[in-house]
Design a protein around this ligand. Sequence first.
Ligand SMILES: [Zn+2]
Length: 62
Amino acid sequence: MKCPNCSSKDIGKIGVNQYYCWGCYIEMTVSEGMINTHQVEEDGSLSSLDDLFDEQDRRFTM
Ligand SMILES: [Zn+2]
């Protein structure tokens, strides 16, 4: 898989269906074939970045 945000393939697995992009430092959660993207804010909370991407870009492909 590659990052829908920066197209980096430097993706680390951090949990079940959870990945982290070392290129742009966002978290990705894969569910039902779709990648949900989150940015970790300074206070540790997560904000969704899904609005930034087309549905096609978020489709999970190996
Ligand atoms: Zn990225």
